[in-house]
Design a protein around this ligand. Structure first.
Ligand SMILES: [Zn+2]
Length: 53
C-alpha cells in the first residue's frame, strides 16, 4: 500500500512573520512558494502570506 506523503505547511504573514494558518499539503504538490492574501490578526489587516515550514 502506497503511503501518501503529507507535509504540514504554515502560512506566515510577510510583514510580521506571524504564522496564522497551517495546512496539510500533499508532499509533491506546490514545492514552490505560495502567496495568499489572508487576514493577519496581528496586523489586523489583510496581508500577503507566504507558505513556510
Ligand atoms: Zn502580520
Amino acid at each position: 500500500m502506497a503511503k501518501k506523503k503529507r507535509v504540514i505547511t504554515a502560512l506566515a504573514c510577510e510583514k510580521c512573520k506571524e504564522r496564522n494558518y497551517s495546512q496539510l499539503v500533499a508532499g509533491q504538490r506546490s514545492a514552490g512558494s505560495l502567496h495568499l492574501n489572508k487576514y493577519c490578526s496581528r496586523c489586523r489587516n489583510h496581508t500577503m502570506h507566504k507558505e513556510t515550514k
